[in-house]
Design a binder for this molecule. Structure first.
Ligand code: NAD
Length: 260
């Protein structure tokens, strides 16, 4: 994996930004995709200043027509996409009985339907070329129930299973599709959960030590993931080092889901 084109969604910050950096450092040219054009522009300018080959493409992954035209444009401008990373995601928290229609729909629109739209557009082209690799960033919450996260966890379970079914269908063309399931990772999505915004450290301590009331066991390795920890797992699954791995779900959570 020392040349070629990758498309990464959710690239404006957090895990997506770090995936872009990691893949570009390995020699790929990366199409960085996000719906927040302004923040994406700033992130891409920073990455280019680091000497990396990255180009910004603003797109909302929940809009099918935008996604189809995005993939057309990326392939016209950069060339055939060989690697796809679905990292765009949203989190709406609340007890299941209190979630609004909009909480549910907005969560599934990005985390599940968006992954379908982007994967469909990119993988159809990979099939024509008989080559490619896909990683979807789901969550350890897809397999471990969490309080306040019913919509999010259900959407991540949906997207993980979609990715594996897709991988089953395209394995005959040599295309691999895998899932990376992060646990608590130090990004804006995680800090948004901390009521104090991270100021007094209690949010971080709760993630690491566990919270009995919430049936959370904490993180056995005793630390949050950094975006880099997740990005390295993504890069591994895209690379030739993983050439016989497909339909796999790789958990990167310091043991928080107890290996389930
Ligand atoms: P983040 O909020 O920092 O970044 C998510 C990015 O997705 C943002 O840049 C956002 O603009 C983009 N995005 C959202 N909706 C979009 C849309 N409709 N179209 C295009 N882009 C859109 O979050 P993060 O922590 O970096 O999360 C990255 C992925 O990792 C997400 O899928 C998330 O669910 C998953 N994840 C995160 C954690 C964690 O603790 N941070 C844990 C498990 C899984």
């Amino acid at each position: 994996m020392d040349s070629g084109i990758a498309l990464v969604t959710g690239a404006a910050g957090g895990i997506g930004e770090e995936v872009v950096r990691t893949l570009a450092e390995r020699g790929l040219t990366v199409a960085a995709v996000d719906r927040h054009a302004e923040v994406l522009g700033e992130t891409v300018a920073k990455l280019r200043a680091e000497g990396l080959s990255v180009q910004a493409f603003a797109c909302d992954v929940t809009v099918s027509a935008q996604v189809d035209s995005l993939v057309d444009t990326v392939e016209r401008v950069l060339g055939p996409v060989q690697y796809l990373v679905n990292a765009a995601g949203v989190l709406r928290v609340g007890q299941a009985v209190s979630l609004s229609d909009d909480d549910w729909a907005a969560t599934f629109a990005v985390n599940a339907t968006g992954v379908f739209f982007v994967s469909r557009a990119v993988v159809a082209r990979m099939v024509d070329r008989r080559s490619g690799a896909v990683v979807t960033v789901a969550s350890n919450a897809a397999g471990t129930p969490r309080t306040g996260m019913a919509a999010y966890a259900a959407s991540k379970a949906a997207t993980a299973m979609f990715t594996k079914c897709l991988g089953l269908e395209v394995a005959r063309y040599g295309i691999r599709c895998n899932v990376v399931a992060p646990g608590s990772t130090a990004t804006p999505m995680l800090t948004s959960l901390w009521t104090d915004g991270g100021a007094d450290g209690s949010g971080e301590r709760g993630s690491i030590d566990g919270i009995a009331d919430e049936f959370r066991v904490g993180i056995p390795l005793g630390k949050l993931a950094r975006p880099r920890d997740v990005a390295q797992a993504v890069a591994f699954l895209l690379s030739d080092h993983a050439s016989h791995i497909t339909l796999h779900d790789l958990t990167v959570d310091g043991g928080a889901a107890l290996g389930v």
